[in-house]
Design a protein around this ligand. Structure first.
Ligand SMILES: [Zn+2]
Length: 379
């Protein structure tokens, strides 16, 4: 398995392009720190905002929030630095954690109104089953809802401007044509969030389209009538998730109470959903051979806060690649499936070429804790 020479990202990452043995996220990072004219972009942003800024009698922008450090940073920045009047919108994740709940309250305590949309749980559960068993993404409906719900609220409340956080293709790698995008629209959503499973396909899986109204992106006509525009804040100002985290912690935001999230290096990311931190990232690990800790350590390297050697050393100390048992009993209960069905499905989604197999029958080798054994590590 090939790894980036600068960070520790493997070439198995989907849509990753390597040039001169360096991943495109590292190339973006070079541009971010050395080439881009951030003052110019800031001015561009001010010009756009001046067209939307209201007098305070109604909201003038929507901030999609999960209560995470980045979305809290977005809300506070848009209000205090850019003098906008944000309405926060949250799509309730599959299963909200206690710390996730606390952080949404933190945002309200900071003086924000939040609209909560919590989908019909009966159908949501069916969608999660499709995600887990068919697409290998246990949080599939969550990934759709966090993008469709703010757009629907923009239309319903007639607030045309949506401010997203970072452009993940720029920060973490993706197709060149999307890396310099300043905006997010339906095409972006379908390309990056749907796992090639269109919402229409769920009819074949026994879920009616009318039962998941909030997961439909608004019609083009509605979008045009209100003039909905979604901008990435990370396009206009230099994105730094560590700065966001530090700023929020100082204001009283809550990190994960029991240390690093399962499979992660840090304790400040993916805190809101019981399954997105552990299981979602674990499923990425079995498909591509890297998990959340790798992502986070790559960010440390690119930001110049850690050497590549130290990152490899730190990676080995994390529990990336171990089955995240903490919330799995809750998941089995929620989906009403057995542990065996659960583990078999994980095996189905495991890329057999990147983990050790028994020479006799080719089956996946596991350690005494039923964890896979890596064949490759960055070096
Ligand atoms: Zn890299």
């Amino acid at each position: 398995m090939k790894y980036c020479k600068k960070c520790i990202m493997p070439a198995t990452r989907p849509e990753q392009v390597f040039t001169d043995d360096i991943c495109d996220a590292c190339h973006s990072s070079e541009r971010k720190h050395n080439d881009l004219d951030w003052n110019k972009r800031q001015q561009e942003f001010e010009t756009i905002l001046s067209k939307y800024r209201g007098d305070g009698s109604w909201y003038d922008c929507i901030i999609p929030v999960s209560g995470g450090k980045d979305s809290c940073y977005q809300a506070i920045t848009m209000r205090d630095k850019y003098k906008m009047n944000p309405l926060c919108v949250t799509h309730t994740p599959c299963e909200l954690t206690e710390v996730g709940h606390k952080n949404l309250n933190f945002l309200r305590d900071q003086g924000f109104d939040i609209v909560h949309i919590s989908g019909n749980r009966k159908n949501y559960k069916e969608l999660m089953k499709i995600g887990f068993f068919k697409l290998g993404d246990c949080c599939w409906p969550e990934h759709i809802g966090i993008f469709t719900v703010p757009a629907r609220m923009a239309v319903s409340y007639k607030i045309p401007l949506i401010i997203w956080g970072e452009n993940s293709q720029f920060e973490y790698g993706g197709p060149a044509s999307k890396r310099e995008n300043s905006y997010l629209d339906r095409n972006w959503l379908e390309q990056f969030q749907m796992c090639n499973h269109r919402l229409e396909d769920i009819e074949h899986d026994g879920v009616k389209l009318n039962d998941v109204k909030f997961l439909h992106y608004p019609s083009d006509e509605d979008i045009q009538n209100v003039g909905v525009t979604g901008l990435f804040l990370g396009y206009y100002e230099k994105w730094d998730s560590k700065r966001n985290g530090d700023m929020m912690l100082e204001l009283g935001w809550h990190k994960n109470p029991d240390g690093p999230v399962e499979g992660a290096y840090n304790d400040i990311e993916n805190l809101d959903c019981k399954w997105i931190g552990g299981l979602h990232d674990y499923m990425k690990f079995i498909k591509f051979g890297y998990g959340r800790a790798t992502d986070q350590l790559c960010i440390e390297i690119r930001a110049g806060r850690m050497s590549r050697e130290k990152a490899i050393e730190s990676l080995l100390k994390t529990d990336e690649g171990e089955i995240p048992w903490k919330y799995i009993p809750d998941l089995l209960n929620y989906l009403n499936i057995s542990e065996e069905e659960f583990l078999n499905n994980l095996d189905n989604f495991t890329n057999k070429n990147i983990f050790k197999r028994n020479p006799e029958d080719g089956s996946l080798m596991k350690d005494q804790n039923r964890n896979l054994i890596r064949k490759y590590l960055p070096n």
